[in-house]
Design a protein around this ligand. Sequence first.
Ligand SMILES: Cc1cc2nc3c(=O)[nH]c(=O)nc-3n(C[C@H](O)[C@H](O)[C@H](O)COP(=O)(O)O)c2cc1C
Ligand SMILES: CC(C)CC(=O)C(=O)O
Length: 391
Amino acid sequence: MTTTPNWADFQYEIYLNGMTGAVPRLPTDLTRLEELTEQRLGPGPVGYVAGSAGNGSTARANREALERRRIVPRMLRDVHERDLSVEVLGHRLPAPLALAPIGVLSIMHPEGESAAARAAAARGVPYILSSASSTPMEQVAEEMGDGQRWFQLYWAKDRDVTKSFLDRAKASGFTALVVTLDTPLLAWRPRDLDQAYLPFLHGVGTANYFSDPAFRAGLAKPVHEDPNAAVMHFVGMFADPAKTWPDLAFLRENWDGPIVLKGILHPDDARRAADAGMDGVVVSNHGGRQVAGSVAAADALPRVVEAVGDRISVLFDSGVRTGDDVFKALALGAEAVLVGRPYAYGLGLDGQAGVDHVIRCLLAELDLTLALSGHAGPATLTPDDLIEESA
Ligand SMILES: Cc1cc2nc3c(=O)[nH]c(=O)nc-3n(C[C@H](O)[C@H](O)[C@H](O)COP(=O)(O)O)c2cc1C
Ligand SMILES: CC(C)CC(=O)C(=O)O
């Protein structure tokens, strides 16, 4: 018997509200949110969120790879009762969705990560807090109550900072650790370069670092006396291009819960992750923000699933905008997907309510796409539910 929400109910809630003249405050086609956010917020913040590496070819490829795969619906299967819940990393999730880590969300809304995390917690969706958040992790954790929280780690050059982050995350009830490997350096991002806009240098501190005792110990002057020096210290140490696979042992020793490596695209790297005792990978190209010309995430997914799908969890992100995108990623073998930019736009347009809108639209559309294609839940999806159109 299903105990998970009937996500599709959102559809008739909207129609019924419409009888009293109330229409959704945001569009239900989430691909329209970027343009609206651009009109509402300045070009700097929106450019940073919407932008990507190089001329944007990776971000476009992410969309094309999902759109090129088409669903083949099946008929006359009993789908009247559906359950979207899945088991991921030892946790039962009400749906195969988590909010991806996004740094400095206060450029989108004054309540930044807190509002996004509250929205996720209210729907039971895991919230993955970025290391580079503009809100200290302790505050976000408190606002989430018993909501599921995972912590994304940028693996700092300074071991004391990494250790301090792990200790703080543990003490704040973050259960899984998501270690991002695809950002040892910030990529060449023309949209930000042309506006000379880097949020950290525009009055939005990464409070997660600035509030950290180990980070502050590395500063010559207190943050308030020389904020730019603090930002440049952050930029110089938040990640470490010298790290190699054996270094993972340090994280395994210092984190008891599940560890997931984010940014895996090659099956051999996925195998190395499993061999190193990791619990999962996120197949991701960082939403096209890191390697210009990179393989589309959805094209990398099947090979990774084939390599390690029977050993560790395989999650997916980069380019998910609709419920049918989620369906396709699951059919290709992902256990769950992370969504990034759409919820950042929802936040920018309507705070916590905007993030809630994005979660509900995605899951209502997923629920209906599953049902209309003959599936009562994610468990029955296989690659056979898709065909790939020639490019
Ligand atoms: C503005 C912005 C900031 C991001 N910050 C982080 C971050 O701090 N840590 C991280 O692991 N990924 C970060 N990401 C990448 C997302 O976690 C995710 O991989 C990506 O957004 C997924 O693609 P999508 O936006 O197409 O859904 C960021 C993405 C955006 C758009
Ligand atoms: C470089 C980080 C601090 C933020 C990030 O991951 C991103 O902008 O994509």
